[in-house]
Design a protein around this ligand. Structure first.
Ligand code: ADP
Length: 168
């Protein structure tokens, strides 16, 4: 029988509880979830690709049907290469919708076999983004509500140090 494999792409700079919620829900719906971490981002990331992958691995260590990989190039091609049937994305608010709709249609054009599945954000994570986590931590705020408990101290230390260096 065919394995239902899907891809959850993102920059995960750093991973938040909002990402984890979407990824874990996807693992319950599909046989296998590939978490594809963007290597080349338009903005310079705060965390290296290895750090972003390590945080995801730690936060998702209790999940079996998952693979976490660095990824560059076209998602539509990568999905074909990996035999993935769909991209799974989280939708926070109407503000996400227009961009995500455009991406979904572009991917479908490039790879007609590839669908995009949207999961609505859990209401408690509707407002949460990686950039918000970075902003709060750089100002010395508590990010324990926003990132998985097992990586919270490491993420905070790195972000705090970053902002100290910038201030020097
Ligand atoms: P961000 O937008 O936080 O920088 P990414 O680019 O890494 O995050 O996002 C990867 C995917 O995770 C996208 O589909 C995005 O919509 C989804 N996502 C991000 N934050 C949340 C959240 N708080 N709730 C649900 N989905 C989210």
């Amino acid at each position: 029988m065919d394995t239902n494999t899907v891809i959850c792409p993102g920059s995960f700079d750093p991973v938040t509880l909002g990402h984890i919620d979407i990824i874990k829900r996807a693992t319950k719906m599909f046989d296998k979830v590939i978490v594809a971490v963007l290597v080349n981002m338009s903005k310079t990331p705060s965390f290296t690709i290895d750090e972003r992958i390590a945080f995801l691995e730690e936060a998702l260590s209790d999940v079996d049907n998952i693979e976490i990989v660095g990824f560059s190039g076209l998602l539509a091609d990568y999905a074909k290469e990996r035999g993935a049937k769909a991209v799974v994305k989280g939708l926070r608010a109407m503000s996400d919708f227009e961009y995500e709709f455009q991406m979904a249609l572009t991917n479908k054009k490039l790879n007609p076999d590839l669908d995009t599945v949207f999961l609505t954000s859990d209401s408690q994570y509707m407002y949460l983004s990686s950039s918000m986590v970075k902003q709060v931590a750089s100002l010395g705020g508590d990010i324990s509500f926003f990132v998985p408990a097992c990586i919270h101290a490491k993420v905070y230390e790195r972000l705090k140090n970053n902002s100290n260096q910038k201030g020097k």
